[in-house]
Ligand binder design. Structure first.
Ligand code: B12
Length: 346
């Protein structure tokens, strides 16, 4: 008897759950086998990479945020996802026929998988890709450009706190005569910050980037760099005073949130990191004069903390401790006030 089975398809929601279970279990073998089986069944590699691997990565992060998965489980699953992507890509690169691209995540940006996926799609489309990895310091990126002379830099920024560094990197790449395509969620809805930071192009997904780079690339270099000045006195003050701001807030926190007196070392460290994120998101908001960058962050942080049984009142108290120290800075206090007004009541 011949047993026939219908080909596996990405339209099957159960398949995503199965793959998530495999990566969540650290089962690299099983996850790779499933990805290869899809390829054998005729699913395009690009779809497996973007929809299955990329989609699952988003889910992995959400499970971490909801406190359903530990950091260790998230890291292990991310590592498996990266390995599956690499295994799937073997033998799929087209011979280089288009040109050479330097692909990097902005300094301080550790969300590396989206850029990796982009790199694989570009290679399949005939680009030679130098992937420099997560968190690439600007000067190293520029040295690499001088050494390799690429046709483009593709810069990934998933988190808005890295936008000031992205701005510096984009400016330096363009000064070196290499056009920049920017992407990643940190670039804002519709990529609106990419243009303000002077990028030559933006794409919202790996496929869009492939199409953009395969079209009329390079775009004519604008005769002048964008002249918009970003990062005023308030931004500079916040960046300079970041260490004292966090120290003072930590010092005063126990007085307003008594539970902090019983925090262990790990909880104190996590709280200190949270104040760091508050300062960095506020700075990014001021840099671009976009208060909603900070509002989005605080709304999301309220959910993350709630999943860890930290009441929203603690976040509110933390924001007020930061506000108290920035009383002479009207844009900063206005941004904090908007975020405070937005938080849920309890
Ligand atoms: C997974 C994840 C993590 C993992 C990262 C694991 C890893 N090593 O990659 C962990 C849990 C460690 C993590 C940590 C943090 N994260 Co996180 N994370 C996510 C999550 C859920 C998924 C990101 C992802 O990989 N998506 C999968 C890819 C494939 O998605 P994609 O965006 O569709 O990718 C496409 C495009 O963006 C585009 N693209 C990407 N790069 C480029 C580049 C170019 C040139 C082009 C053209 C296109 C392009 O092409 C990609 C493929 O089609 C997102 C939320 C989300 N749903 O995206 C939050 C998110 C990015 N994280 C966020 C935050 C705040 C953090 C932390 C600060 C949390 C904390 N308090 O510690 C840290 C910061 C880490 C750091 N410094 O970088 C925020 C960012 C805030 C914001 N307003 O945007 C997000 C948006 C969550 C949220 N608020 O909803 N995170």
């Amino acid at each position: 008897m011949i047993i026939t089975r219908s080909p596996r398809s990405l339209d099957d929601p159960g398949l995503y759950q199965h793959y998530l279970d495999l990566v969540g279990d650290g089962d690299e073998f099983g996850a790779t086998e499933l990805a290869h089986a899809l390829l054998d069944d005729g699913v395009p590699a690009q779809r497996i990479m973007v929809d299955l691997i990329g989609g699952t990565q988003a889910r992995v992060g959400e499970l971490w945020a909801a406190n359903e998965w530990s950091v260790a489980r998230e890291h292990a699953a991310t590592a498996v996802n990266e390995r599956v992507l690499a295994a799937l890509a073997v033998g799929l690169s087209a011979p280089p026929r288009r040109g050479r691209i330097t692909l990097a995540c902005v300094d301080g940006e550790w969300h590396g998988l989206p850029a990796r996926i982009l790199g694989e799609l570009l290679k399949m489309d005939g680009w030679r890709v130098d992937f420099l990895g997560a968190s690439v310091p600007g000067p190293h990126l520029i040295t690499h450009l001088h050494q390799t002379g690429p046709d483009a830099v593709a810069l990934s920024c998933m988190i808005p706190t890295r936008l000031p560094r992205a701005h510096a990197a984009i400016t330096a790449c363009r000064a070196a005569g290499v056009p920049v395509i920017a992407g990643g969620r940190g670039m804002g809805p519709g990529g609106r910050y990419a243009e303000r930071l002077g990028a030559d192009a933006w794409a919202g997904s790996a496929e869009e980037a492939v199409a953009r780079l395969g079209g009329d690339w390079p775009p004519p270099l604008a005769p002048e760099f964008p002249t918009e000045f970003l990062g005023d006195e308030e931004y500079s003050h916040l960046v300079r005073s970041r260490p004292q701001l966090i120290d003072t807030a930590m010092h005063r926190l126990a007085a307003v949130v008594p539970a902090v007196q019983h925090y262990d070392e790990q909880q104190l460290e996590a709280t200190r990191e949270d104040f760091g994120h508050i300062a960095d998101f506020l700075a990014a908001s001021l840099y671009l004069t976009e208060p909603h960058i900070f509002q989005d962050f605080t709304a999301w942080t309220a959910q993350v903390l709630a999943a860890r049984r930290v009441p929203v009142s603690a976040l509110r108290a933390g924001l007020r401790l930061v506000r108290d120290q920035l009383i002479d800075f009207p844009a900063a206090t206005a941004t904090l006030d908007l975020a405070l007004a937005d938080l849920p009541a309890s």
